[in-house]
Design a protein. Structure first.
Lengths: 469, 199
């Protein structure tokens, strides 16, 4: 690989992207194991139980997406600031600290799994709180690495020049790091625990992460289709206004049933119903930019994934979220496969897609900046992985939605949410068929991920080197 | 950008972004202060930990059109009435155990978690425990040896043995009892509780 033409930030970025891809594969493998366990509960029983496979599945996802975001920001920082990264060594140290910490955490998840009911277990093994299971020592490490990262990015922009995109990006990173602190405490009171836990989970994935990807998207549109800076920056501000305008109080849709006061039913229902609006704006923005310019795409796979991001974000986070966001409906769907259906398409559509787009932006430059267009050799590979991943994610989402419908009807509406009602729904033939379909589409996604890795390793290697941007 | 197009200008939307974010965040802070005061243990919606000394049951509220928890007469857990501090210690051990054993990656608690195993929000009141007199012991037996006492209702889905000590198992039962007394605005929907003897 030709790293000589990469700037310092991009050299760090490549490390993050490789780490992200490895964890992406891990996420898929553990997702498959968990999917099999839904159908064959004896599979790995008492060896690698569902709570472990599922935890590794969702944690690998969170961490690889974070690796991808960090990599993406390092990728664009020098280009956007017009100067070199201030702390190249610091960035490398941050990468290795984070990678070693993640490795230790995963090994402990797999080989220690659970501890006794003591604070020590929470500090050293697993916090037992969905998505932020990482033990407390790792939390502290994550915060330190994020602070170093924040310093590096903010200081680089301060040394170089600021832009609308970088201004939004830096403030968003500050919020993203700060919000994580809300999840770093223990409370015996589960209502209090979940109240702050949602500050992290919701204000990350439904607010700060969305704004972060909007920044990456704005930069990406300028690079892939030469969109005008004024237009993407104005749209970015529109999106920030709409995203934070709806998403901050949209937090209330997680406060319907955790012991919090009834006013959240109104506030959460209203603001979260508005949450799809910025996602529609993003869709309009991308289609507008694409359609009105004399379109010349220099990186077909990256652009295809940017488009997949726009539609996936709108459908997965927007439409699928809206389905069940009103309290009258959520009372029956909360905590069923409806949530899993929404979660799968939202994370894929909003965040996996844009990270993959950035992988292709990076590999294009690594391969000498050649045009990834119709002359590309073996272009069937990127198209195959794009198709497999998107069809797999969509198929899995529909299958889980059907399962969720059965669960909401049988377990909740008919059986009154008892344990026997839960199993009544789980043994329903349509539910079981849906879980089989989910596994099948999961296999497609996993194959797609391997094809993606293969493509990234080989794309552009055999092209004519004169065919450059 | 001329005046007619001010609404479409970068300056206008930049100001909008800043003001909207700031206003929403300030509102969230106010609501957070209010909510935190209302979900502190020992308030109307989230009972104090010593509620485990009382009987917890479910009653229809006509005004709210939902089932709400009701707390009445003495019903000490495992036949022993605990002081406030003892109850708080037991609940603390229960919560630490629930987190350390990673319950949330199979079950949901207050509807949040994984969907592989039943929701635990009102597990204390579930009909599966047959009647109130044998419930707590059945729950402890189950937690200590979930494989032998599997309650998978004809499926093969069994809880793994998580090596709980007897103290931890009792603390988890206490936790489930306390959690069942939280006012969750009617979640889970129209829950059918265990047979409740009239007092």
């Amino acid at each position: 690989m030709a790293f000589a033409n990469l700037n310092l930030g991009q050299k760090v970025s490549v490390k993050y992207f490789i780490g992200a891809m490895v964890l992406f594969i891990a996420q898929m493998v553990f997702g498959l194991l968990a999917g099999i366990q839904f159908i064959q509960p004896e599979f790995l029983y008492q060896i690698l139980d569902f709570n472990v496979t599922r935890m590794v599945h969702i944690n690998a996802m969170i961490i690889w997406l974070l690796f991808g975001f960090l990599g993406s920001v390092y990728w664009l920082v020098e280009d956007e600031s017009g100067t070199s990264l201030v702390g190249y060594k610091l960035a490398n140290i941050g990468f290795w600290v984070l990678s070693i910490a993640v490795t230790i955490v995963v090994l402990v998840y797999l080989f220690v799994q659970v501890g006794s009911g003591t604070q020590a277990s929470l500090w050293l093994i697993n916090e037992g709180r969905e998505y932020i299971e990482a033990p407390r020592w790792a939390d502290i490490g994550i915060v330190l690495v994020m602070l170093a990262f924040f310093y590096n990015i903010a200081a680089t922009f301060m040394k170089g020049k600021w832009s609308g995109i970088s201004g939004v990006l830096v403030l968003d990173l500050l919020a993203l790091a700060g919000i994580y602190l809300a999840g770093m405490f223990y409370s015996p009171n589960i209502s209090m625990d979940q109240f702050w836990w949602w500050w992290v989970v919701h204000l990350w994935v439904e607010a700060t992460w969305e704004v972060l990807v909007a920044c990456i998207m704005a930069w990406g549109l300028m690079k892939t289709i030469n969109a005008r800076r004024e237009i993407v920056t104005t749209w970015l501000y529109v999106e920030v206004a709409l995203m934070f305008g709806s998403g901050i109080l949209g937090l209330g849709h997680h406060y319907f049933w955790i012991g919090t006061p009834e006013y959240w039913l109104t506030i959460g229902g209203f603001f979260s119903a508005l949450e799809p609006v910025p996602l529609v704006a993003m869709l309009v923005h991308a289609v507008y930019d694409t359609g009105t310019k004399n379109l010349k795409v220099s990186n077909h796979p990256a652009f295809a994934w940017f488009i997949a991001h726009v539609f996936g974000n709108f459908l997965g986070a927007g439409v699928w979220g809206f389905f069940q966001t009103l309290p009258q409906i959520n009372l029956y769907t909360h905590g069923t496969q409806w949530s899993a259906s929404h979660g799968h398409l939202a994370f894929f559509g909003a965040y996996v897609t844009i990270n993959v787009a950035m992988f292709y932006m990076a590999i294009q430059k690594i391969r000498g900046g050649q045009i990834f267009g119709s002359a590309l050799v073996n272009k069937y590979r990127w198209k195959t992985s794009l198709a497999l991943l998107n069809i797999g994610a969509m198929g899995m989402t529909i299958a889980l939605l059907v399962a969720g419908y059965q669960q909401a009807f049988i377990e909740r509406a008919v059986e009154g949410s008892t344990w026997s009602g839960f199993f009544e729904a789980q043994t329903n033939l349509t539910f079981i068929a849906s879980m089989n379909w989910r596994l099948l589409f999961g296999v497609l996604m996993t194959i797609g991920t391997f094809v993606l890795a293969w493509d990234l390793l080989t794309i552009g290697k055999t092209n004519d080197s004169k065919n450059t941007t | 950008m001329n005046r007619e197009n001010y609404w479409a200008s970068q300056t206008f939307w930049k100001k909008c972004a800043i003001w909207v974010t700031a206003v929403m965040f300030v509102i969230l802070i106010f609501l957070t202060f209010d909510s935190v005061s209302k979900i502190t243990a020992g308030t109307e919606r989230v009972p104090e930990y010593s509620v485990i000394n009382k009987k917890v049951f479910y009653k229809y509220s006509e005004a709210r059109d939902i089932l709400v928890p009701e707390i009445c007469c003495e019903a000490p857990l495992f036949g022993k009435k605990l002081s406030n501090d003892e109850a708080a210690d037991l609940i603390d051990l229960g919560k630490l155990t629930i987190q350390a054993k990673n319950c949330m990656n199979c079950h949901t608690l207050l509807g949040n978690g994984a969907y592989y195993a039943p929701d635990l929000t009102k597990a204390w009141l579930d009909q599966g425990w047959i009647n109130e007199s044998i419930r707590e012991n059945l729950m402890v037996d189950f937690l200590l040896d979930p494989e032998a006492n599997a309650r998978s209702f004809g499926t093969n889905r069994k809880m793994p043995n998580l090596d709980l000590t007897e103290d931890e198992a009792k603390a988890v039962v206490a936790y489930l009892k306390w959690m069942s007394a939280i006012d969750t605005n009617g979640f889970p929907a129209w829950f059918k509780p265990i047979y409740q003897e009239e007092e």
